[in-house]
Ligand binder design. Structure first.
Ligand code: MRU
Length: 348
């Protein structure tokens, strides 16, 4: 079942406000790039691929009313691109989508400004469609790794809500279900913003995939009790050597999975790979507001004055990852070799 978190209608980008799920379904209307930047930064829209798609439309909303010379147009386009790319730093999809649109417009630079504006929108729409295609392909490849009876742990939300509608990690489980495989899921709640408790549980319930919600700190004992067969997560940025940034807490699950001999899979499309950095050391980790920890969903729960750190992501070293599930197939270690398959598909 697809869960599209955004839609583009009559020159307006409509974003499902994920801060309010699962209790309220509220759509935010974005008519300019400032609103899109705000929605990304405040996590009304979240999940690396969905942020990228929103950024593409944001670029168009930033230049759609532009009047002036071609030279001034390109200055404005560059300015808007830099502004939007700064909305959230860790997920690389935002940068990748905007850079791909910029590259495509540069190839057409001899055209009239009105035509260039139209092309920006067309590029954003085509990258939106591409995400759906990549997720579905990824789902078909990844489903092969799962069998009836598997009890699968996932972290955060890497479902439809985090993409154009189908999902990466959850997309694989949706594909497995559509092949008739009966899988059950443990969703880790994902402190502090509870994407697992609020969003993954919501998607899985509606998809008729049996789901049990657990606190993040219950995972070790579940694994020791033999209740988890596989782990699957999404990703926000994957370095050349396979080191992977994903929601804070992912690394602990990966270490625990290795200790308990449980396969640990990362499902991600090409738009989440960053071949410009050699290792996870090059991935910027977003630090978010302390209030998400102290009073994320209601009254304050911590003493005033306590020092709080709130990193939004962590990096799982590649040695903890059993395989990457991508649209180009299942990529196993050594990743330096298997990633070549994905790199060559990028050049096509
Ligand atoms: O802070 P968020 O909610 O944007 O973090 C999202 C995640 O970490 C997801 O697991 C990741 O983006 C993959 S989504 C297909």
């Amino acid at each position: 079942m697809p869960f599209p978190p955004l839609r583009f209608e009559k020159d307006v980008l409509k974003i499902l406000d994920q801060r309010q799920l699962p209790l309220h379904e509220v759509w935010i209307e974005c008519r300019d790039s400032r609103r899109v930047h705000w929605a990304i930064q405040h996590m009304a829209i979240r999940g690396a691929p969905a942020i990228g798609i929103a950024g593409g439309y944001g670029l168009w909303l930033g230049i759609r009313k532009f009047r002036g010379s071609r030279r001034a147009f390109f200055n404005k386009l560059r300015q808007e691109a830099a502004y939007l790319k700064g909305a959230r730093p860790t997920g690389v999809n935002l940068r990748n989508v905007i850079d791909r649109i910029m590259a495509c417009i540069h190839l057409l630079k001899q055209n009239d400004v009105e035509i260039l504006k139209k092309r920006v929108l067309e590029a954003a729409q085509s990258l939106h469609k591409e995400d759906d295609l990549l997720c579905r392909r990824m789902g078909r490849h990844g489903a092969r790794l799962f069998k009836t009876g598997d009890r699968v742990l996932t972290h955060c939300n890497a479902g439809g809500l985090a993409t154009s509608g189908y999902g990466t990690a959850l997309g694989v489980l949706y594909a497995a279900k559509s092949m008739g495989k009966k899988i059950t899921v443990y969703a880790a709640e994902t402190r502090p913003l509870l994407q697992g408790a609020r969003l993954t549980a919501w998607e899985l319930l509606q998809s008729d995939i049996p789901c049990t919600l657990v606190c993040d700190n219950a995972v070790a004992s579940l694994m020791r009790a033999g209740k988890i067969d596989r782990v699957i997560v999404g990703a926000d940025r994957i370095a050349r050597n396979g080191d992977t940034a994903n929601k804070i807490g992912t690394y602990s699950h990966a270490v625990l999975a290795k200790v308990h001999n449980i396969p640990f899979y990362v499902a991600a499309p090409r738009t989440t790979f960053d071949f410009t950095i050699r290792s996870g050391k090059g991935i910027p980790i977003e630090a978010r507001d302390a209030k998400e920890v102290s009073e994320g969903f209601g009254p304050r729960i911590t003493p005033h004055g306590v020092r709080i750190e709130n990193p939004a992501f962590d990096v799982t070293p590649h040695s903890y990852i059993s395989a990457f599930i991508t649209e180009a197939g299942i990529l196993r270690p050594p990743f330096q070799t298997s990633f070549k398959k994905l790199e060559s598909s990028l050049q096509r």
